[in-house]
Design a protein around this ligand. Structure first.
Ligand SMILES: [Zn+2]
Ligand SMILES: [Zn+2]
Length: 333
């Protein structure tokens, strides 16, 4: 088929959403006459994957494309650049900033640890911030372990929209990180009062055209024994590479040894282990998780360089490209 502009943009978008940004670029390069739609699709694709440099190289100026570009600049150290483009968008090009643009700026400041500035930025917005703008800041509070700002933020979020379990869990994670067990209990109680239940975590992996789904501590897969043995063996090898389990990710007061076990059973761990067992070296593993990936699984996946496989993960929040012992998100998500 001839790749028309609209078909091209749809394909670019589809590949980007599936985690195959290289394929997106191939489609983009193959479109004979590119217009604003194709440019926007590829820049938003790069933005989705936080690939700022690539996005900037292709930059064209319109509101949506600015969005893709701003998302790309969410890396540490690129805050200033993001702020420059944000100002250019408003002052030079006269675009009105949307909630998405605001979200993206909050994300950038938060990522750089400038939590006070991010809170101030939200306070000065010319439109009413929605829950997702606040969630960006709450996420930064988790990364930097800031309970004070976190408490102010969760209050705003629950006032706007108390219906999402993930937000209570995020605040609960902040408390757990700082070992404030009272806070964890308070969030649990609040969830109960508001009748919110946490959806079970699951991860999905496609191997040989077949989908395999894993729940946490799942033992229902036919190769379950093999998977758990492989994980144990892998962990031993990872510890040689200086991997230390992030037991703060277990949100309760268990004894430390038990906590290690709790982490190893997370659904993405099972899916990735199965993926490594079921494919050859060099094959890219694609894993989808319905919730956010936890810090420990994120670290563990980076240490997976010992198995020499590229892993593309998509969690509830964003894409993670694990390659050569590092992740494209720069450890911020
Ligand atoms: Zn995990
Ligand atoms: Zn990552």
């Amino acid at each position: 088929m001839e790749i028309t502009v609209h078909l091209g943009a749809a394909l670019i978008n589809t590949y980007a959403r599936c985690g195959s940004i290289k394929e997106s670029r191939r489609v983009f390069d193959g479109i004979p006459e590119r217009d604003l739609i194709s440019w926007t699709a590829i820049i938003c694709g790069y933005g989705m994957h936080r690939l700022a440099e690539d996005a900037e190289l292709l930059f064209r100026s319109d509101g949506v494309t600015f969005m893709g570009l701003l998302m790309g600049f969410s890396h540490k150290g690129l805050v200033q650049k993001g702020q420059q483009y944000y100002r250019r968008m408003i002052q030079q090009y006269g675009f009105k900033s949307t909630l998405e643009h605001h979200s993206s700026m909050v994300d950038k400041l938060g990522r750089a640890g400038r939590l006070d500035e991010a809170e101030e930025f939200i306070g000065n917005m010319d439109v009413e911030p929605d829950a997702s703008v606040w969630c960006g800041l709450l996420n930064a509070c988790k990364i930097y372990g800031n309970v004070d700002i976190g408490e102010r933020v969760i209050e705003q979020i629950l006032r706007i929209d108390p219906g999402y379990a993930g937000r209570y869990v995020l605040m609960s994670n902040i408390y757990a990180f700082m070992r404030c067990w009272d806070g964890v209990a308070r969030m649990r109680l609040l969830m109960k009062e508001n009748r919110i239940s946490k959806p079970p975590g699951w991860s999905l992996i496609e191997i040989g055209g077949q989908m395999h789904i894993f729940l946490a501590f799942d033992k229902s897969h036919p190769r379950s024994n093999e998977i758990y043995n492989f994980l144990k063996d892998l962990e031993k090898r990872m510890r040689i590479e200086h991997y230390v389990p992030e037991i703060k990710c277990v949100l309760s007061k268990l004894d430390e040894e038990h906590k290690d076990d709790m982490l190893c059973g997370h659904s993405e761990r099972l899916a990735i282990a199965f993926g490594i067992l079921g494919t050859g070296d060099g094959e890219v593993l694609r894993v989808i998780k319905n919730l956010r990936v936890c810090v420990d699984c994120h670290t563990a996946t980076q240490v997976h360089k010992i198995v020499k496989q590229e892993i593309v993960g998509r969690d509830a929040k964003r894409f993670h490209h694990f390659k050569d012992g590092a992740c494209s998100c720069g450890d911020y998500w």
